[in-house]
Design a protein around this ligand. Structure first.
Ligand code: SF4
Ligand code: SF4
Length: 406
């Protein structure tokens, strides 16, 4: 017990971090009303109290107090949690479930996963992630699918990736300068979704913003946190803390990164790019009409943590003639949830099926989503059923209507 208290104090020193004592106090704030239960995707699927927020909180407290053992069954119930934080949004007592589950993972469910150990350097260093995307890009380009599948089963989850990109550290405004921002690249986004980052720079420059892209920035730390590796996530947070200028907003394009930075980098102003853009002056940046139905999928991190999902609709509504529609079932996680789609594939696919059904029922042709994890997971589900749907970041849609050509 003493060792755990020391470990907690040593590793945690920011706003979401809890010591064991604080974990127990926070867990005690749950009054077991059960109002969060219908909002929990895993409880909805398994019907088990131990897979509900209320049940998990009881388990976390019992293990923290050494009343229950920290055994494989406890680990399974914590691992099955998506960290979607729907429960937190529904809780009338504002129990900080995110901090409880992050702390529990760090203290009791640390992973010795080979997959995470192998992925760690690629998450931390963009140049390594870029190095590995080159052969994947090459194999995809020349349709060498057999070789692609031989790399790792997870490779089949990847979209058709762009030629690996690099970024300069500064992109000046192309119209009258009105301000300056920093752009957060993200480990997965910079490797797999360079088109959204380039589209973001284009839009911001057109609207009169200088864009700074600090070369020393790194991953937001969310994947490490999810794996219970608090040491690694703290290092990544510290590196980002010194990489970014505190005087200007840091814009994120992946809501998973935005949520991680929002919780763990309170010294900086973190904002989702759609939320930032919606409040800009668009007078001199007309958008071409688009007579289409654009369905919007709300990532949990944007909805429950950054609480900025409504900005995506408001931004897309600036496109003349476009009809913007919320995808049915937006209150439930798609199952992507960072590495969850790989580590808990059964539940991830179960939840994905609900999204695919909603897409099919509504004959969706364009789906906008602001998180790379959701985008990869949903696109993979669509491919598996031979469904042709354009899954795009809202920023890509806006940039195209502004005349951006890749
Ligand atoms: S809604 Fe909040 S207080 Fe009620 S059971 Fe869920 S976590 Fe506990
Ligand atoms: S974070 Fe999501 S999956 Fe985990 S307990 Fe809360 S609602 Fe359920």
């Amino acid at each position: 017990m003493l060792r755990r208290v020391f470990y907690a104090r040593k590793l945690y020193n920011n706003n979401m971090s809890l010591s064991i004592k604080e974990l127990i106090v926070e867990a005690d704030r749950c009054v077991a009303c059960g109002l969060c239960l219908p909002h929990c995707p895993t409880y909805r699927k398994t019907g088990s109290e131990a897979d509900s927020p209320r049940g998990r909180i009881q388990l976390m407290r019992a293990v923290a107090q050494d009343i229950l053992p920290n055994n494989a069954r406890f680990n399974e119930h914590i691992d099955l949690c998506l960290s979607c934080r729907n429960c937190e949004a529904a809780c009338p007592n504002s129990v900080n479930y995110g901090a409880l589950v992050d702390t529990t993972r760090a203290l009791f469910v640390q992973k010795k996963s080979l997959l995470f150990a192998l992925a760690k350097p690629f998450i931390r260093h963009r140049f390594l992630a870029k190095a590995i995307t080159w052969p994947i890009w090459f194999l995809q380009k020349f349709k060498l699918n057999g070789l692609l599948n031989a790399i790792h089963p997870a490779v089949k989850l990847l979209p058709v990736i762009e030629k690996p990109a690099s970024w300069k550290s500064f992109y000046p405004a192309t119209s009258n300068k009105v301000g300056a921002v920093s752009l957060f690249l993200g480990c997965a986004t910079s490797a797999l979704d360079s088109q959204t980052l380039n589209a973001s720079i284009f839009i911001l420059n057109q609207l009169g913003f200088d864009v700074h892209v600090p070369a020393s920035q790194t991953c937001c730390g969310s994947m490490a946190r999810q794996a219970g590796d608090a040491d690694e996530s703290s290092k990544l947070v510290a590196q980002n803390q010194t990489s970014f200028d505190q005087t200007m907003p840091i814009l994120t394009v992946a809501s998973g990164c935005g949520a991680g930075l929002h919780d763990y980098l309170p010294t900086h102003k973190i904002q989702d790019i759609s939320a930032f853009l919606v409040s800009c002056d668009w007078t001199n940046a007309p958008l071409k009409p688009l007579k289409e139905h654009i369905f919007v999928q709300d990532p949990c991190t944007l909805r429950n943590v950054q609480k900025s999902h409504s900005a995506v609709y408001a931004l897309l509504k600036k496109i003349p003639d476009a009809e913007i529609i919320a995808l049915a079932g937006n209150g439930q996680c798609c199952g992507g949830a960072g590495a969850y789609m790989l580590t808990q594939s059964e539940m991830a696919n179960n939840l994905l099926n609900d999204k695919i059904s909603a897409i099919k029922t509504n004959n969706v042709a364009i789906l906008a989503t602001s998180n790379i994890g959701c985008s990869l997971h949903i696109a993979n589900g669509l491919r598996a059923q031979n469904l042709t749907v354009s899954v795009l970041h809202p920023i890509q849609i806006i940039a195209t209507q502004m005349g951006y050509a890749r």
